[in-house]
Design a protein around this ligand. Structure first.
Ligand code: HMG
Ligand code: MG
Length: 297
């Protein structure tokens, strides 16, 4: 039997740094991108082309893209909330562009200042231009299990948004447990509602680890044939518009699980742990990754 592959999409430099109080210079972000690429990660979010008034930490993402090393098969990915963001992403030659909305009206309003249906309309020309430019289009749905403002979210609401994003031509959908409230049973219920709409190979799971359930949730999703997971080195992350949400699940923790389960990732866990340690030292923060800490001790 051949080894099955799992793809990790590295979030640390976007979802991670967007939530740090001190902005990190583009030059340093580019160095971290290169260091992460050397660990074998092949999909790395480099930043976002959003309003710097909304998320100042992501300013100068164009400079990050200009300074990173490019290799065949290495994807530099960015968030593009509107046409203006997409134009910047195309000028910077990002490989993947990502639109983002939510299954909760309140969160969408707080995060991108519009309703869910307005967000879909805003994404229509973004998707069209991305397709013309030959870019891979990722689409995020946030708050897939719970919302910081509305509480529990029914899986049918998520399915409704996923359908609209597929209609736009999204190549891949990432389901975000933005505030880290999900448990395996809720992940199964979510996938029961969403998997009939698209092949499992087009679906990613994006877990925040606020309540320590992310690895269990990923394990549940693996059993449902999900093979793309978003994670952040050293568990960096959060969302400025989701108070109380802590970091993404740590890339180190996910890699440890995947290695144990016999999946191939092409990523060197020890090398990721070293980068995670260096980033935490730079930021002067503790390393929340249990695996990362164990490997450093
Ligand atoms: P708005 O205020 O409604 O839009 O913001 P606007 O068109 O009126 O523009 C306001 C100002 O922003 C204007 O500048 C525009 O030029 C500028 P001013 O005239 O005031 O000087 N602007 C831009 N600047 C740079 N790049 C752009 C851009 N667009 C407008 N692309 C907008 C709407 C979407 C722009 C705003 O709400 C925004 O930037 N939101 C971003 C929020 C964000 O980045 N959140 C975090 C990422 S989502 C997330 O973390 C969840 C995820 O990880 C998955 C999960 O965990 O669930 C993905
Ligand atoms: Mg997130």
């Amino acid at each position: 039997m051949s080894t099955e592959t799992v793809t990790l999409v590295e979030m640390g430099l976007r979802d991670g740094l967007q939530n740090e109080t001190t902005p990190v210079p583009a030059e340093v972000r580019a160095q971290w991108f290169d260091a992460l690429a050397r660990t074998g990660l092949r999909r790395i979010e480099a930043g976002s082309f959003v309003s710097p008034k909304w998320v100042p930490q992501m300013a100068s993402t164009d400079q990050v893209l200009a300074q990173i090393e490019r290799h065949p098969g290495l994807w530099a990915e960015v968030l593009t909330p509107n046409l203006r963001g997409l134009e910047q992403a195309l000028a910077a030659d990002a490989d993947v562009v990502a639109v983002f909305t939510a299954a909760s009206e309140s969160f969408t309003q707080k995060n991108i200042n519009c309703s869910i249906s307005e967000s879909i309309e805003r994404f229509r020309p973004v998707a069209e231009e991305a397709r013309k430019a030959g870019k891979y289009l990722r689409a995020y749905v946030s708050c897939v299990v719970g919302c910081p403002y509305e509480g529990p979210i029914a899986p049918s609401r998520v399915a409704d948004v996923v359908e609209q994003l597929l209609d736009l031509g999204a190549d891949e959908i990432s389901l975000g447990d933005t505030i880290g409230v999900a448990r395996p049973r809720e992940i199964h219920a979510l996938l029961d509602a969403v998997l009939p709409l698209l092949p499992a190979s087009k679906l990613a799971l994006h877990c925040h680890d606020t309540r320590g359930q992310a690895v269990a949730n990923i394990y549940a999703a693996l059993a449902r044939d999900i093979r793309i997971f978003d994670s952040a080195v050293a568990g960096l992350g959060g969302c400025p518009y989701a108070k109380g949400a802590t970091g993404n699940v740590a890339t180190e923790d996910v890699l440890y699980l995947l290695e144990g389960e016999g999946f191939a990732t092409g990523v060197d866990l020890n090398a990721v742990a070293r980068v995670g340690h260096d980033i935490c030292t730079y930021l002067g923060r503790a390393n929340p990754s249990r695996v990362g800490r164990a490997l450093q001790s």
